[in-house]
Ligand binder design. Sequence first.
Ligand code: CS2
Length: 493
Amino acid sequence: MTPRLGLATLEQLPAGVAPRVDSRALRVGIVHLGIGAFHRAHQAVYTEDAIAAQGGDWGICAVTQRTPAVVEQLRPQDGLYTLAQRDGDGERLRVIGVERELYWAQADAETVRSRIGAPTTRVVTLTVTEKGYHHDPATSRLALNDPAVAADLADGGIRTVVAQLARGLAQRRRDDAGPVTVLCCDNLPDNGEVLRGLVADFVHRATASDGLGDWVAANVTFPSTMVDRITPATTEADLAGIAAVLGVRDEGAVVTEPFTQWVIEDAFASGRPAWERAGAIMTDDVGPYEQIKLRLLNGAHSALAYLAVLADAELVSDAMAPDAPFGALLRRLMAVDVAPTLSVPEGFDLAAYQDELLQRFANPALRHRTIQIAMDGSQKLPMRLLGTIRDRRRAGAEPVVASLGVAAWMRFVSARRSDGGRALTVDDPLADTIAERLGGREDPEPVVDTLLGMSQIFDEELAADTAWRALLVDQLTALLRDGAARTARHVAG
Ligand code: CS2
C-alpha cells in the first residue's frame, strides 16, 4: 500500500521536492475562499516562495465552497499537496506546505466567520470563478434575484462568498480587529472594484442601518489583480503518475504549466507577503495588464473552446495541432480584433506575448480539456469577447474572429452536440434558462435573436447592432452547413 503524503512522510520524498516553508511552525495570516486547482497552482505557490524569501506569518486558512471534496483530500495530508509543472521538456514536482487550516464553508460557517474576523488575518483572497460572485456579468452588480443571494439576505446564511465576507467583516468590526484587505483573484475586469461594489450592495441590504457599510469603506481595501496560470483539472492518471515518482499517494495534486503571472495593485490595509520576491508585479494600475490577459488569453481560450468542442477536439493541444485551422485563427483574433482595443504598458512586448500564448496553448504535456474552458459561457463571454467586439464595432470595424467565437457558443448551447454527433453538456448557471428560451430551435435567425435578447449576457448596444446581428447569422449558418473546422479554416484565410 503506497503511503499517503503528509508531514509524517516528508522525509521519504525525493530530494528537492519538500516544501520551502516549515509547515508545522507556520502561523496563519491569510484566509482564502475557493481552494480549487488554480489557487493551489498560483497564489499558494507565490505565498510559499514569498515566505521562503522574506518570512512572515502568512500561512493560509483555506475554505472550500460548493463541496467538501478538497478539504477531504488535503486534511489527511496535513494540507500538503504536489504541484506538477509540465511542458515538452518533462515534469517538475514540488510539495507545497503553506495551506495550514482547511474548512468547508457550508459546514464550518462559524469558524470561517471568526477567521475572517481575527486580528491575525490581514488578507482575504478569493478564487471562486466568475459565477461564484453571483453578480450580473453585464452590469457587475449583485444579482438580487439570484436564489442564493436572496436566501442569504433573507436568513443570514453564508451560501455566497459575498455573505461570508459581510459576516466576517461584521465580526471584525464588533471585535475591533482592525483593517484588512480583500483580494479578488478571479478573471473579472476591474475585479477589486467589482468585489468592493458587491460587498457594499450586500452589506447595504443586509444591515442597512448599523453602519457596517461605513466601517468597510474606512477599513477594508479591495485591490485589483491580474492572475494567470493555465491549470487543467487533475485526473486519476495524473495522481497515479505522481505517486509513482514520489513514492507517496497525493489525492490533492495539481498539474500546471511553467508560465505564471500575477500583477497586483499595491493597496494593502494591513501588510502583505513579499509576493514580489516570488515574481509578482506590484503596480498602481493593474487595468492594462488585466485587459490584455482577459481579451488575449481568455478571449482566445473561449473562442477556441467552442469551435474545438464542435470539431470534436478534446484537448487544447489537439486543437492547436499544426494541421488544425485554429492556430492561424487565434493569431488573427489577437492581432486584428483584440490588439487595436488594448492600451499597452510601457515596455510590454505585445507581439511576443501573443506568440507565447500560442505556444502555451500548444503545450503537449498539459491535458487541458476544451469542454472545461467551455463551461460558464454566459459568465465569461462579456469580459472575454464582448468587450473587444463592442470596441471594434464602435471603431466601425467588423471583428470577424471574435464574433465567430460568439457564434460558436450559440451553436454549442443550441445544438448541444458536436459536428461528429457527440452529445455536449452545457455546464452554465444559465443553462436551463437558455434551453427554455431556445425551446429546441437550432435555426440561425431565431437562435441569434433569442440569445441576443438575454440582457444578462448582451447589453443593449450589441443587441441593437443590426450589422453585427447579420454577421452572427451568417457565421451560425456556416457552422451548421460546413461545421466548425471548415468554417474556421475559411475565416482564418
Ligand atoms: C480558462 C482559464 O477555463 C477557463 O476559462 O480560460 O481558466 C485560463 O486557463 C486561466 O485564466 C489562465 O490563467
